[in-house]
Every structure is written in C-alpha cells, then in structure tokens.
Ligand binder design. Sequence first.
Ligand code: NDP
Length: 449
Amino acid sequence: MTDIIRTINTRDPGEKEFHQAVQEVIESIKPVLDQNPQYRQEAVLDRIVEPERITTFRVPWLDDQGNVRVNRGFNIEMSSAIGPYKGALRYHPSVNQSILKFLAFEQTFKNALTTLPLGGGASGSDFEPKGKSDDEVMRFCQSFMAELFHHIGANTDIPAPDIGVGAREIGYLFGMFKKLSNEFTGALTGKGINWGGSLIRPQAAGYGCVYFAAEMLATRNIGLEGQTCLVSGSGNVAQHTAEKLVELGARVVTLSDSSGYIYDAGGIDRDKLAYVKHLKNIRRGRIKDYAEKYPSTVYTNADYSLDYNPLWSHRAVCAFPCATQNEINDKDAYNLINNNIKLVCEGASMPCTPEAVDIFLERNVLFASGKAANAGGVAVSGLELVQNSMRLNWMGEEVDKRLQIIMKDIHNTCLGAAEQYGTPGNYVNGANIAGFVKVVEAMLDQGLV
Ligand code: NDP
C-alpha cells in the first residue's frame, strides 16, 4: 500500500468510494511521479487528496402532510487549481461524504481533460426525490439552496445535474439562488433553455459518451452501426446515450432503474425512447412500465442478493453502464466477455469496480473510464457558462459540433498520455495522467496554497 493510501485510510476510514477513486489514479500516475521528482518533493499527492473545503449542513423542510423532515447537505470543494469548483449535484439516499469526495476527486481530473478552465467539486444530499411531490421537491431545494448559496457563484463554485437532480431541481435551486443573491448569473448549469441554459446540455454526457466510444472503436476499424449495445440506467445519461446510439444505427436492447431492467430484443427505437423519456422525466414512473407498453420485452426485477447483474449477461458488442457507481463487478465483467463484448464505455461515474476494470484491460476490451467518456456533460456545462457570460445562445448544431471536437480531443489526449508513459491504448492511465499533470502543474505554479 502506498503512503498516500495509508494516509487517507487512516484519516478518513470508511470512505470506501473515495479510497477507490484515489487508488485508481495513484496506480496510473506512478511513472509520472518517477519521472518528475519535484511532484514528490512538493507533496502534490498529499495536497490533491485533501479537499480545499468541505461544508456539511442541515436541510430542514416540510412535507405535504406538514411534518418537519431533515436531511443532510454537503458541499465538497476539491480543487480550484485550474478554475472555479465545478461538479455534480446529487440527491440520492446513498449520498454521504465518501461518495461526494469520490465524485469531486474524479471531477477534478475530468474537468482538466475538457480543456476548459474548471476546477473540481461536488455537492448533494441524502434526500430522495423519488416519490416526492413537486411541492416537496421545491421546498427541499429552496432549503438546500438557503445554505448552498453562501458557497457558490459563477466565479466560485458551479454545481451541475447528477443523479436525482434534473431540469426540475435545477429550476427550483436557481430560483432560490437568484432570490438570495439578487443576481442572474451562471452559478448553476443545466438551466432551462429559456433562462440561461444551453442547447444540447441535457444530451451532452450521453452523446459525448457515444462520440468517445465511436473514436475508440475506430482505432480497431469497428463502426457502431448494427452493433448490439447494453445500456444501464434510464435517467439523463442513459436516455441520451441510447438516443445517440440509435441515431448512429446501433441496436440498444436494455435499460434499467433501481427496481429492475428491460431486455427488448427487437431494439429500443426512437419512438420507444420517446416513451421512456416521457415515462421517466414527466410521469416519473418505473422502467417496468415499458414491458407493459411493449409486451415482447422481458422485464427482470433487480435482485440485490445476487453477486452479478443479469443485465450484463446478454450477448452484445458494446456496454454503456450509465446508472451509478460499482454496477459492474468482476463477475459481470466475465459475463460480458463471455458474451462477445468488445467495448465498455462508462457513462456513469466509476460504474466498474477495480476488479472489473483489470479484467477488461487484461482481455484487451476497449475500456474508457467515466472521467474521459462522460466528460461531455461538464464540457457543455462549460459552454453554457461561456454563453451566459456572453449573454447569447448558440444554436444546437454549434454546441454539438464543439462537443464532438472536445470528445475527440479528450480521446486523443488520453491515447497520447498512455503512449508517452508506456501503456499504449490504456485509456484509464491516459485519462488519469493527462488530468493529473495539468492540475499539478497549475498547483505548483500557484505556490503552497
Ligand atoms: P439520473 O438520476 O437521471 O438517472 C440515474 C439512473 O440510474 C436512474 O435510472 C436510477 O434508477 C439509476 N440508479 C441510480 N442509483 C442507482 C442504484 N444505486 N442502483 C441501481 N440503479 C440506480 O442520473 P444521471 O443520468 O444524471 O446520472 C447517472 C450517472 O451518470 C451518475 O453516475 C452520474 O454521476 C453520471 N454523470 C451524469 C452527468 C449528467 O450530466 N447528468 C454527467 C456526467 C456523469 P432509479 O430512478 O430507480 O433511482
């Protein structure tokens, strides 16, 4: 175990997701540290794993029955080396300091890869929006923002949608931010298109993930057209990953939520996807309803007592885990490989366990970590901020074109860094190394702060 892993294990015992995210980066950057002794002398690792600031706060709110409810809010400001803190805002019962520190840590390197001047952060709460009325969600968001607004701002810290936070939540949060700060600035991204949002922002993480996958496949002369693809999740990233795959002629056969998954052998086409969007974004229903609407589909309940997820046992060429962290383990990895998988592209943040990643790399499966593959979300958030400060809106085509260029650049940057440090074709190492070097060089330029 390296010194830094020992330090974080001792200092923050129990933060297993954070430890996992740090471990992955540490393994990749060993050759960089060996070639740059000043990084060790300047203790950059000790500095980079310690958030610049953490705030936790009480979020009291009233439910529809008039009961007082209390949740816990967090804001992690991990690194401002290359720009204002920017990252995921997540509402999910599992949210704790470890999960948000892992997101903020990953985000720091992801943002560096986008070429945009954005630091890394994350915020959120253990609030569960599922099953709450719009009024309850609004009251919660307003209470959450009553504290968060002290910490965020267009030049300070800019939260963005993540699990459980979509257009509705960003709307309520922004409304309260504007009221409290008395200014209309881009302190949140994912805003509505009529009031400061960017076209293609909702689609960006999913579309970007598919653009990245297409670049990876092209290195082996494989196209997406006609390929069978497994997608997990049915939220923002999953919907838009599936949408772009369908547009490019691939056959998407699965989607899921935390209750179960659907397998549609005939393929989920545009019309079926429109149904999923309405089901999930408007009716806020469960993916099970898809199987009632399209009876040739097979629905399987989630069984968390199993040590594998049957979604990953179907025959396919590409897999896009787009739901949550650690949703593909070693057993799932072998099931995918035994069923012909050629590419695994992480739409979600850290959806594959370290054991699964090692198996993919050993078996020469094209594998991209979320840090690189889902960076399209934050990239277009960055473009939203540019449009906000210019006070104009670009056309959707313009944003999409920029997104494609950014994803291609990230792909090439990852390949270049992996090659330079002796692991050609290893996108995990490439993403970690390129992101790390950029952040660390900025830290060194700015002195011991
Ligand atoms: P959404 O809330 O829109 O969708 C999340 C999906 O994942 C839902 O289908 C949800 O099911 C499922 N899910 C969530 N938690 C679990 C769980 N513990 N077990 C099983 N299924 C689960 O979130 P997003 O699509 O925005 O985010 C998904 C992933 O993508 C996250 O890892 C996020 O960090 C990452 N990401 C998101 C970006 C964005 O722009 N939104 C950008 C970059 C990365 P259910 O409804 O039942 O909870």
